[in-house]
Write a protein that binds this ligand. Sequence first.
Ligand code: KE4
Length: 429
Amino acid sequence: MPTNEQLYARAQRVIPGGVNSPVRAFRAVGGTPRFIQRAQGAYLVDAEGRRYIDYIGSWGPMILGHGHPAVLEAVAKAAADGLSFGAPTEREIELAEALIGHVPGLEQVRLVSSGTEAGMSALRLARGATGRSKIVKFEGCYHGHADALLVKAGSGLATFGHPTSAGVPAEVVKHTLVLEYNHLGQLEETFATQGGEIACVMIEPIAGNMNFVRASVPFMARLRELCTRHGALLVFDEVMTGFRVALGGAQSLYARQIPGFRPDMSVFGKVIGGGMPLAAFGGSRDVMSQLAPLGPVYQAGTLSGNPVATACGLATLKEIARPGFYEALSARTRALVGGLEEAAREAGVPLVGDSEGGMFGFFFAPALPQNYGAVMATDAARFNRFFHAMLDRGVYLAPAMYEAGFVSAAHGAEEIAATLHAAGEALRG
Ligand code: KE4
């Protein structure tokens, strides 16, 4: 049985960095990535047979836990009927109807294979539907690796962004404005000076790519008003929060506090595929009708709406729509975060956390950060020590202080208790 070290050395010979997605390489926390062999319920098992309580859940999709019997049965049956056709299927209609049924304001959706593809397509559609080029995003939010969205803040306000990746020409990002999350003043000034040129504002309503930072209700209410007033589309990137924080996504939470609140477009992924490659973007019929084959905005995909992925997603959505699912999941996640805060208090360590539904975050800091700069000012060294102390005790947290954590329906009181016991030891260490 090869060790993780041996597998990592072998992987690095044939795969850049030994991984197929950078965050898996443990570069932020150091150490050797765990090569996972199998998973069941709330647990992962690595190549050396070590078992971990899993708080990554494939970065969000595994909300039911690993190996849910109804999901596996649906996937096996769909696979036996055919892996891919490149032609429409009834299940794609069923999945679209399910998404539209759970998310008020969605009239039509298009299915794709990844969150990046969904975000990139939503961006192109917003530009095509408005005839405008400028877009606004927020520092610390991640919307997949499409060129125009790999941008960090410019030097001053309302200056255009700079690429965060080699290979992205400055011309590609020159229409991308990057503002500070939760900064009302910057929002006001940007719309006052450029509002009529903005195609869309794309935002993570709860920023899981900054670990866990909420857009404040006043900020979101004003963002909605400004987009409406200036004819810019408000695009909610709910790839992580969709069906994770609530059945109707984060937008359903804002709608409870801001009368009539709805984004103009939504992007989904992760949970809706249940672990298989499936994502979606949607909005009003009017906007979506701009898409090929009806309209001038081109978008396509060989495996879009894949019949096995739609079976996995539908089976997952059926389970999470059951009465009481989110109440139970939210209570479990709150117990985890509250227990972490209590263990830190007892150890005299500044730690603060937050959660919504099955998504959580915590920071080694005295108060919850409200933007990217504040997140990056939290104690990264202490996070990295804590990460490894927990991994050594069989608890697998996200290997980076700017990533969110995820609890599944398979995380029972036993898993939460074991996690908090390990945290108590790790924090005193
Ligand atoms: P994918 O292309 O990775 O399916 O989705 C991109 C994406 C879009 N929008 C949001 C809000 C996202 O969080 C993501 C992807 N999330 C990361 C975790 N921070 C996936 C993990 C990874 O990159 O390996």
